[in-house]
Design a binder for this molecule. Structure first.
Ligand code: XMP
Length: 328
């Protein structure tokens, strides 16, 4: 049924709490009518779209929504904890937390080719999710955070709409896609109305392969930890400087080479940490954010003193093109 639902040409853009509330009420009724007393499964990453779908479905069907949060070890600092806090502790969701960190990192060990890394991460994710789905009984529906641009882009042949794709054939679910006709800004307004925290609703884009593409080459646990810790410091300092929500995307990368440094009179041989902060409207063309000198000085100090294995901080001032946003 959801497959055929299209955004009406004259649909008013959802920009206010009132419009969001009307949409939520409408979708709650639609979901109840679609799924009845059946159980619905959802892969809850903690990103904006899946979080909004989760919050909406919890309102509609409560514990009949089964959320699966897979920690693949490539999430940002604090993300799995926040998913558990918001959905399990505060919204009382039926949430299954899967710690698959070792499984992913063992598979990725020694793999340096970017496309192979992406394939392993995507394939392993489907395997883990399918295993969880098979353990559950009586699941008829799969909820997804498909949004209207996903549909438009797949129809235009720009990108395959991959949400449902990839699950093995025996897992033949009907789809529940309550935010399917919304644009991203509308999903955020709806999420806010559903009571999700601002740092979830206004979150910057984060790639599916996560920190894996910011740890170029073969991922090692120590270098991955340096990416995660430096990213956490960067986010914290951007928030303090009032840049959160103003700069479109910002993150750190720790490349796989070392350089000489000195700490407390002793020679070090450690990695550099690269800071990338960019702005864009369409992601096809990207410009760099020029950071205030004081903030840069402060970031250099914190990252080199607090993050193990880093002795140098570099800033990437390259627009797209010629560089892409991510390093892999
Ligand atoms: P690039 O590196 O292609 O990134 O210039 C453009 C935007 O897309 C994000 N990105 C991804 N998002 N899965 C995603 O969901 C991915 O595999 C992926 N790769 C890149 C990137 O963070 C940037 O916002």
């Amino acid at each position: 049924m959801a497959e055929y639902l299209r955004r009406p040409d004259d649909m008013e853009r959802i920009t206010t709490p009132e419009l969001a509330k009307a949409f939520i009420d409408e979708q709650i009724a639609a979901v109840k009518a679609q799924v009845g007393d059946n159980k619905v499964l959802l892969a809850l990453s903690g990103g904006v779209d899946s979080s909004v779908v989760a919050a909406l479905l919890i309102k509609a069907i409560g514990k009949n929504l089964v959320c699966v949060h897979v920690n693949h070890g490539l999430l940002r600092k604090g993300e799995p904890e926040q998913v558990i806090k918001v959905f399990k502790d505060e919204m009382d969701a039926n949430l299954i937390y899967v710690d698959a960190v070792d499984r992913f990192l063992d598979k990725l060990a020694g793999v340096s080719d970017p496309e192979t890394k992406r394939k392993i991460i995507g394939g392993e994710f489907i395997d883990v999710f399918a295993e969880e789905a098979r353990k559950l009984e009586g699941i008829k529906f799969l909820a997804q955070g498909t949004i209207w641009p996903d549909i438009l882009e797949s129809e235009a042949g720009i990108k395959a709409h991959h949400n449902a794709g990839g699950l093995p054939e025996d897992l033949d679910f009907d789809l529940v896609e309550p935010v399917r006709i919304l644009f991203k800004d509308e999903v955020r307004v709806v999420g806010k109305e559903l009571g999700l925290p601002d740092n979830m609703v206004y979150r910057q884009p984060f790639p599916g392969p996560g920190l894996g593409v910011r740890c170029p080459g073969a991922i090692t646990r120590d270098r991955l930890e340096a990416v995660r810790e430096s990213d956490a410091i960067l986010r914290e300092e951007f928030a303090k400087a009032g840049l959160e929500g103003k700069v479109w995307q910002y993150f750190t990368v720790v490349p796989d080479f070392k350089s000489t440094g000195v700490t407390d009179g002793k020679r070090t041989f450690n990695w550099p940490c690269i800071i990338r902060a960019i702005n864009t409207t369409d992601v096809m063309e990207v410009s760099v954010e020029h950071l205030p000198a004081e903030l840069i000085d402060h970031l250099v100090k914190r990252i080199t003193t607090e993050v193990a294995g880093i002795n140098r901080v570099l800033i990437d001032y390259t627009p797209k093109p010629p560089a892409t946003v991510e390093y892999e």
